[in-house]
Write a protein that binds this ligand. Structure first.
Ligand code: PHE
Ligand code: ZN
Length: 868
């Protein structure tokens, strides 16, 4: 028992501490080996930890073990009970005289009461852990930092009836029954790992088993663990896992390294999934899929996340991060790898379009707002707030640019070098870039600015042609906007893929070339350009930048039909739509003819993949249109977009009907069928926008007759934006049909929260009182509160009801689960972008949040930075 005279935890400071990258020091103590003994019980779990500690860098320093929320029961050093330890805030500080010792602690924790879902917690009767980034300290006292790598032995004891399955990292080594109805199991992970990769699971689970033979002929036993009733929905995930294992061998030469690989699905999870060594733990939404309950997008996401977590075994686990400022080292690279995997499963062009769409929807606004930060941040208050689109998605774009600069062979040589040089260590972003340079034979000095400068670069491009002279001149200039703490920026290296096309003949006039724009301004000259050239730039989205060009609507329409790069075709169409919509939002009306012509041509081009057509004819999201305006007018954006939708629907009605009536077959998840379903649902949306008399009937019939969730939810979405009577009926039917399926009920909440109807804010306020709504489940909270925050029209209703609702929910959620609450705050931080009335309302809510007593560091950091 702890001695009552010991120093008591000092009260938390009113302003949470800021952690700086420049303060990094190597660990004072290393822990080569650790044994953990869990006596598992939902109300009171005992954890005994035995750490072999060795002095690391600094001589004379005491051992400092992080902790949080546990009850300390005893401390032993070299087998002897000691009481000269102190608690400094939550850390356990033990003075040690020698170079190596054995330190044992015993603590008690309460998984059932853990609502923040960090550390050991309970999710519908399953005990599981989440340790990234700093959750391990909630389980036991330990140097909870990623550069302390230990070999783990884990013993678990639990009631056998309630927890028949006991899993941990690595391989199972032993187990048995005890005479009191309890049983035990021991697991051993031979690979040294940081504490954030620790995991255990105890529960009544069923398994979908598989096996994979690695490239060197080793057999790996695979298991997807879920509740019995969910077993039938795990085949897609298991299949995706096998594909991922093969892909990483073929594309990166990476082989799996343990005899077992387990995945467990749980309903309560703060993020998507977690790459714990040999024991991935997933949010069930990224495992469970069958045609009746999961859409094509859900299927794609399951495969993408399974791949992502599997790929972390090398990019994250075998090579981990030295400190959390290096988070993008594993996340940016692993996102790049999972994007490559998904591109190889179907249409690479469509995958690229989807990835750029999501970058623009989530990362660009972050980069342009108060929470902007570099891919390698300089400081943070709470690391959980840095699992962002910038670290993940912009981080992936940085890897993609280096791959573009090196070319495929040299890039592969560079990743081989990285895996070889840093295997078994905790590395930095700098280490990765150095491998790119060493194996690629390039100098990336200036490129490194991508890691340190925040903000989305803007490139201005103008192309002039001397008629008859044959010479074309391309003037490029770049500008990187100021971001918080970074008023001045240096010019960056922007890899821009460029090609010129002839306006009359449609022929390419040049080869594609890669221009590395590394000056504030540059001029490129093209000779022997015999006809007026049209500029195709940033092809494939080779750099994550905004292009400002003076291309006319006619030229953009031309490129949308003739460019040979599918991404560039999509992009030209988007730019044309965007220019039209911005004009409509500012002037109240716009000339729709160029867009209608281009969309009509795309719809009738038989050479195009339906999946591509469906993406190309979609209008840019309201948020992205708003980002182009000096001051956001959400109603004007909505009205302009609706006007164009209606016009497109009406003018091209015959083509939409043709697309809608296209070939139908019983459900199959193939790239071709997926594309056809997507196009049909897009067509249905346009038909509904025209107000066509039969649109309600078409949508409701599709809803009722669908043999898959893609078509059912697609129809529900179309109905959700209308006044049709069928809308109410469909939501009712949907609710009752899926009342016992939480993942599908999330769709029921989300679809209503995303509706463009004028009454959505009121509906959402009411839905928060629905008996099926709860803030304790992160998926449910995100489905209603998160979706509402990105519904630009409803959230920004002029009377501020949306802002007040979001703030109320965030304050309530912060007491339950600070991480999830903080993630949902960013929509309030856009206040600078709005008119004075909305601005004041949003700021008022942020101030109310910051002034809330007992606020978490998570929400404090997000709200206070949003006010700056
Ligand atoms: N590391 C996980 C991933 O991206 C994400 C995660 C972070 C999950 C923190 C849980 C907690 O794969
Ligand atoms: Zn990841």
């Amino acid at each position: 028992m702890p001695d009552a005279t010991h120093a008591i935890a000092t009260p938390a400071p009113s302003q949470p501490a800021v952690i700086h990258r420049s303060d990094y020091r190597p660990p004072a103590w290393m822990v080569p080996d650790v044994s953990l003994d869990f006596d598992l019980d939902p109300d009171a779990t005992r954890v005994r930890a035995k750490l072999d500690v060795r002095r690391g860098s600094a001589a004379g320093e005491p051992l400092r073990l992080d902790g949080a929320g546990q009850t300390l029961l005893s401390v032993h050093v070299d087998g002897v009970a000691v009481n000269d330890w102190t608690l400094d805030n939550d850390a356990l500080v033990i003075p040690l005289s020698g170079e190596a010792h054995t330190v044992e602690t015993e603590v008690e924790i309460a998984p059932e009461a853990n609502s923040q879902l960090m550390g050991l917690y309970a999710s519908s009767g399953i005990l599981c852990t989440q340790c990234e980034a700093e959750g391990f300290r909630r389980i036991t006292y330990f140097p909870d930092r990623p550069d302390v790598l230990a070999r783990y032995r884990v013993r678990m004891t639990a009631d056998k009836a309630r927890f028949p399955i006991l899993l941990a990292n690595g391989d199972p080594v032993d187990g048995g029954d005890l005479d009191d109805g309890r049983h035990w199991a021991e697991w051993h992970d031979p690979y040294p790992k940081p504490s954030y990769l620790f995991a255990l699971v105890a529960g009544d689970l069923a398994v979908n088993r598989g096996s994979f033979t690695t490239m060197s002929g080793r057999e790996v036993v695979l298991g997807i663990w879920v509740r019995e009733g969910d077993l039938a929905r795990t085949d897609h995930a298991l299949h995706a896992l096998k594909l991922s294992m093969a892909w990483d061998e073929q594309v990166y030469g990476r082989e799996y390294d343990l005899d077992v690989f387990n995945i467990v699905a749980v309903d309560d999870f703060n993020f998507g999934a977690m790459e714990n060594k040999g024991l991935n733990i997933f949010n069930s939404r990224y495992i469970l899929a069958d045609p009746d309950t999961a859409t094509d997008i859900d299927y794609d996401n399951v495969a993408g996340v399974v791949a992502h977590e599997y790929f972390h075994n090398w990019s994250g686990n075998r090579i981990t991060c030295r400190d959390w400022f290096q988070l993008s080292l594993k996340e940016g690279f692993t996102v790049y790898r999972d994007q490559g995997f998904s591109a190889d499963q179907g249409s690479a062009a469509v995958k690229r379009i989807e990835d750029v769409r999501s970058l623009r929807a989530s990362q660009f606004p972050e980069d342009g707002g108060p929470l902007a930060h570099p891919v390698r941040p300089e400081s943070f208050i709470e690391i959980s707030n840095f699992y962002t689109a910038t670290i993940y998605n912009k981080g992936a774009e940085l890897i993609r640019m280096m791959a573009t600069i090196l070319g495929p062979q040299r890039f592969r040589a560079a990743t081989d070098l990285y895996f070889e040089r840093f295997d078994g260590t905790a590395a930095t972003c700098e280490d990765f870039v150095a491998c790119m340079e060493d194996a690629g034979g390039v100098d990336l000095s200036q490129f490194r600015l991508w890691y340190s400068q925040a903000g989305t670069p803007r490139v201005a491009a103008t192309l002039d042609h001397q008629a008859g002279g044959g010479r074309a001149t391309l003037r490029l200039s770049q500008q990187v906007p100021a971001t918080p703490g970074q008023p001045e920026k240096h010019a960056m290296v922007l890899p821009l893929k460029i090609r010129l096309f002839g306006a009359e003949t449609g022929r390419p006039l040049t080869d594609e070339q890669l221009v590395l724009l590394d000056q504030p301004a540059e001029t490129l000259v093209f000779e022997a350009i015999s006809e007026r050239p049209v500029l195709s730039i940033n092809r494939g989205f080779s750099a994550p930048v905004v292009i400002e060009s003076d291309r006319s609507p006619a030229d953009l329409a031309f490129l949308s039909g003739h460019d040979d790069d599918p991404f560039a075709r999509y992009e030209a169409m988007q730019q044309l739509m965007l220019d039209t919509l911005v004009a409509g939002a500012i002037e109240g009306q716009a000339d729709h003819r160029a867009v209608i012509g281009a969309v009509g041509a795309t719809l009738s081009d038989p050479s195009l993949d339906p999946a591509f057509v469906a993406e190309a004819v979609l209008l840019p999201a309201e948020g992205f249109i708003a980002d182009q305006l000096a001051t956001v007018d959400p109603e004007a954006v909505f009205t302009a977009r609706e006007a164009l939708r209606r016009d497109l629907g009406a003018q091209l009605e015959g083509q939409w009907r043709e697309a809608y009536d296209g070939p139908r077959a019983p459900y199959a998840y193939t790239p071709r069928d997926k594309g056809l379903r997507r196009l049909r649902n897009v067509a249905l949306g346009y038909l509904a926008a025209t107000g066509a008399e039969d649109a309600a009937k078409l949508a409701f019939t599709q809803f009722a007759a669908a043999d898959n969730m893609t078509d059912r939810q697609g129809a529900l979405q179309v109905l959700s934006n209308t006044d049709f009577d069928e809308r109410v009926a469909a939501f009712d039917i949907f609710f009752h049909r899926y009342a016992d399926n939480p993942l599908v009920l999330d769709k029921w909440f989300q679809t209503q929260a995303l509706s463009s109807r004028a009454d959505t804010a009121d509906v959402v306020v009411e839905l928060a009182q629905h008996r099926a709504f709860s803030l304790t489940n992160p998926n449910r909270a995100r489905a209603l509160v998160g979706a509402f925050g990105v519904n630009q029209r409803a959230f920004n209703r002029a009377d501020g009801v949306g802002y007040r609702f979001l703030a109320d929910q965030l304050i309530a959620l912060d007491r339950i689960n600070p991480q999830t609450s903080a993630k949902l705050l960013p929509p309030l931080g856009r206040w600078r972008r709005f008119d004075p009335a909305r601005s004041a309302l949003m700021r008022g809510e942020l101030e109310r949040i910051v002034a809330t007593p007992g606020l978490s560091k998570d929400l404090f950091e997000q709200a206070s930075k949003s006010l700056e």
